[in-house]
Design a protein around this ligand. Structure first.
Ligand code: XMP
Length: 507
């Protein structure tokens, strides 16, 4: 049985980060809504309560009854989690002054407390709540203070229950990983046996059990998630897996050919379907971004469905859904929202059972599994690429000619990033073909041609992003190469917008 930590989510933006930090300690964990603790699960070894956008004294604040957990499992409350336990047990929580917000330093700590083992007095912590605990219940005692907060952390007397008002999961808390390790490993007793190799072993065995001799289809996109899912399934069920890779005509230059070759090299049973003409026909004259997306989404489903049903007796649809797609997120109204938007609409339409072997993994873990499975590094480190492909990077209507121009410019940019050792430093990059022509001069001739925008961003999850500070010399070289080599382009710009308020893609 895989031991696990349960993280009760009270809606904080850093809840997923807590999950990732626990996983980095080679410990399996699951994030569940605050009111969905799995009471019947014997494999839980400890519980972490997340932060929240609410104050504990708000009427709408998320409340939970911990009586069935307390005394049975170790509990760590973070920020709101800490304030909630203090407040509901008779302590006081009040609005704090601005001084308690952001960076702070641990002043006094109880070094004999197991939660603070090997944590340096004076080390920086990150506070991010507008509230502070001003008194704790009589049966709790303080174990750390900061410059301005007397009760930065507490423990319940003779009980495995702790609260910290700062965020150990964020990078700015210097000894945060050590604190989480103290809790997860020393206090909860994690054996730290969760890693890529053990995941592969247990998942391959579970897939064999689940799928038996059934036939499975999987849609490959060229991206990391679907590729790793395919290789993992291939290891489990071999030729009973049929992979389908659809070319909608809006992939990068030579991508279809190259990726298909990679897949074949990995021993996958893969069918490449060139459906580009069908897509170009359906997209003719369409300029509205959402319409483009819908047409491509529906077209993809139609082609995939058609091809998949050529596989005799197919019973399962496999997808490369990963954990962040599955975590039920809490909205401020308290409703649980499930955002699950990988290949939207496919499972409903196909009437197949769904198999998602990566649904418990974070992105970096998917990559680690891919490596462990022996996949080539260029597949594993590939940048994210939108499902509708270059269609959302051609503003205005789409024609095969425009796609060809964009493919050339994009290829120069991406190859340039690789050649200059910059590819792995950016989250994703691409070129956008603008519906703008401008005047230029080439040799003795006046030109009137297209402008393109280069886009490169840094990010950790695509929710927020910043424009990449690429070296001027590199941008100059790329700009020159594009204008000299790509017929029809005479101007190159660089997009310096961050997300928010802009988005990564232009459409
Ligand atoms: P935005 O433009 O919203 O993009 O900042 C965030 C991330 O999502 C990708 N993206 C898409 N992926 N289908 C996809 O599969 C889409 O329609 C789509 N639109 C945006 C985008 O490339 C970035 O990684």
């Amino acid at each position: 049985m895989q031991e696990k930590i349960i993280i009760l989510d009270f809606g904080s933006q850093t809840t997923q980060l807590i999950g990732r930090r626990v996983r980095e300690l080679n410990t399996y964990c699951e994030i569940v809504p605050y009111n969905k603790f799995p009471h019947d699960d014997p494999s839980v070894i400890g519980v972490i309560l997340s932060g929240s956008p609410f104050s504990v004294y708000d009427e709408k604040a998320f409340k939970v009854d911990l009586s069935k957990i307390r005394g049975r499992l170790p509990i760590l409350g973070i920020c709101y989690g800490a304030q909630f336990m203090a407040y509901t047990n008779g302590g006081t929580v009040e609005p704090a002054g601005t001084r308690e917000y952001g960076r702070a330093h641990l002043a006094k700590i109880d070094e004999s407390n197991p939660l603070f083992k090997d944590i340096t007095p004076g080390s920086q912590v990150w506070m991010s709540h507008g509230d502070t605990i001003t008194s704790i219940p009589g049966n709790f005692h303080p174990i750390a203070s900061t410059d301005s907060v007397a009760i930065a952390a507490y423990q319940a007397n003779d009980e495995k229950l702790w609260g910290v008002q700062f965020h150990p999961e964020v990078y700015h808390t210097e000894d945060g990983t050590q604190l989480l390790k103290n809790f997860v490993v020393d206090i909860c007793g994690s054996k730290q046996d969760w890693d890529a190799a053990s995941f592969i072993d247990t998942t391959v065995a579970a897939l064999r059990e689940q799928l038996g001799d059934d036939k499975v289809v999987l849609g490959l996109s060229g991206g990391v998630d679907s590729s790793v899912a395919a290789v993992l399934l291939n290891r489990a069920i071999g030729k009973n897996l049929t992979c389908i890779f659809v070319d909608h005509g809006m992939l990068r230059k030579d991508e279809f050919k190259n990726v298909l070759r990679d897949y074949e090299g990995l021993g996958l049973n893969v069918i490449g379907v060139d459906a580009s003409e069908e897509f170009f026909t359906n997209l003719k004259g369409v300029t509205e971004p959402e319409r483009k997306r819908k047409i491509i989404g529906k077209g993809f489903i139609d082609v995939f469905d058609r091809e998949a049903h050529k596989v005799k007796d197919v019973k399962w649809l496999a997808q490369g859904t990963i954990y962040p797609d599955c975590i039920e997120s809490l909205s401020i109204t308290g409703t649980v929202i499930k955002s699950h938007h990988n290949v939207g609409g496919l499972p409903e339409k196909m009437n197949l059972k769904l198999c998602e072997p990566l649904r418990l993994l974070f992105k970096d873990e998917v990559r680690a599994v891919g490596r462990q499975l022996g996949m080539p590094e260029h597949l594993i480190k590939r940048h994210p690429f939108p499902g509708p492909g270059l269609a959302v990077r051609i503003l205005g209507d789409i024609t095969p000619e425009k796609v060809a121009v964009l493919q050339e410019a994009d290829d120069i940019f991406i190859q340039g990033l690789r050649d200059w050792g910059l590819y792995d430093q950016v989250w994703q990059a691409g070129v956008i073909l603008l519906p703008v022509q401008s005047v230029g001069v080439m040799g003795d001739e006046r030109t009137y041609e297209r402008a393109v925008a280069l886009r490169a961003v840094t990010s950790t999850d695509a929710m927020t992003a910043d424009w990449a500070r690429l070296p001027y010399d590199f941008l100059a070289k790329v700009s020159n190469d594009i204008i000299n080599k790509v017929k029809g382009v005479n101007r190159v710009t660089y997009d310096i917008s961050s997300k928010p308020p802009a988005t990564i893609e232009w459409e």
